[in-house]
Design a protein around this ligand. Structure first.
Ligand code: SF4
Length: 297
């Protein structure tokens, strides 16, 4: 038997590309319009105006009736105001006054005396009349000596280097220690300039700019923060940094009321709405305060 011869396999055909298909362009997906992230300070001010109308106005009217409407008046030159404010950081105003008086005595400038008019928001007695210290001498003083001079104010070892670094930065940038130029600047730009100095936050910068130039920047210290959060002018968990801007947004329509707002709230926090035992019965804002009534209008 002979073996069957295998069938030849069909020749392979070369692959052809074939006719090109016309491709229809895909419609481009519409770009979503990017929404700007909401400004949290502005958003809060709008929400408050919508759900609790006239809360800030009522608060100011009632506190103004009780304590009188404070009128802005410059109380010190800006460099003195800045150093005095540094001295008040974590210290009672009355002790900061003692340290400032000691600075004047240790580094006399011979300039014209200033008259400190602290007004009702200040927790000390007011400085006696006196010339501002010689800031160049304060900047160049041996650190140990300066710590000793400001010791009556408390926290001398922390504050003395901060004061010297602040004075140094001002002189290096401006040629002298004067801060009068800040009065010519746009308020937020002036605040930025000050907060670029290490150890100067929004609160200290706003104190200087409000008290020396009546710029509409609200310093939120512990009294202002406590009273405002209790009433509901600030959200309960507002971080201090944001609280400053929330007040700016709330006062955007009436920036000239910033001084009055600060002074009335701080004074109320000192005399009636104290941290430990607030005197609700004496308080003119009671019916609008969320601390005593969580559903207050
Ligand atoms: S009612 Fe009481 S908690 Fe509210 S603001 Fe007045 S004192 Fe403060």
């Amino acid at each position: 038997m002979t073996e069957p011869t295998p069938k030849p396999s069909p020749p392979r055909l070369p692959k052809t590309a074939g006719p090109k298909r016309a491709t229809t362009p895909k419609p481009r997906a519409k770009r979503k319009a990017r929404r700007r992230p909401p400004n949290p300070a502005l958003a809060w001010a709008r929400r408050l105006a919508r759900y609790r109308p006239r809360l800030l106005e009522d608060t100011l009217d009632r506190l103004g009736e009780l304590y009188g409407r404070p009128v802005w008046e410059r109380r010190l030159d800006p460099t003195s105001e800045l150093v005095l404010t540094i001295l008040t950081q974590n210290s009672a105003d009355i002790n900061a006054e003692k340290a400032f008086v000691a600075l004047r005595a240790a580094y006399p400038s011979g300039l014209a005396p200033e008259h400190h008019r602290p007004g009702i928001g200040w927790g000390g007695e007011g400085l006696p009349a006196g010339a501002p210290p010689d800031w160049a001498a304060v900047e160049e003083a041996p650190l140990a000596e300066l710590i000793d001079v400001i010791r009556p104010g408390g926290l001398g070892p922390q504050k003395a280097p901060r004061i010297q670094a602040t004075l140094r930065k001002i002189r290096e940038e401006r040629g002298d220690h004067s801060l009068e130029f800040l009065g010519e600047m746009e308020p937020l730009a002036a605040r930025d300039w000050l907060t670029s100095i290490p150890g100067i936050g929004k609160k200290t910068a706003s104190v200087l700019l409000l008290f020396c130039f009546n710029q509409p920047l609200m310093p939120v210290d512990r009294h202002v923060e406590r009273v405002a959060k209790r009433i509901g002018l600030l959200p309960a968990k507002a971080p201090p940094d944001l609280a400053h801007d929330q007040f700016i947004a709330m006062l955007a329509g009436t920036p000239d009321k910033t001084y009055e707002t600060h002074v009335l709230l701080i004074h109320h926090g000192r005399v009636i709405c104290q941290a430990r035992s607030p005197k609700h019965d004496l308080c003119p804002i009671r019916d609008r305060c969320r601390f005593v009534d969580p559903k207050a209008p």
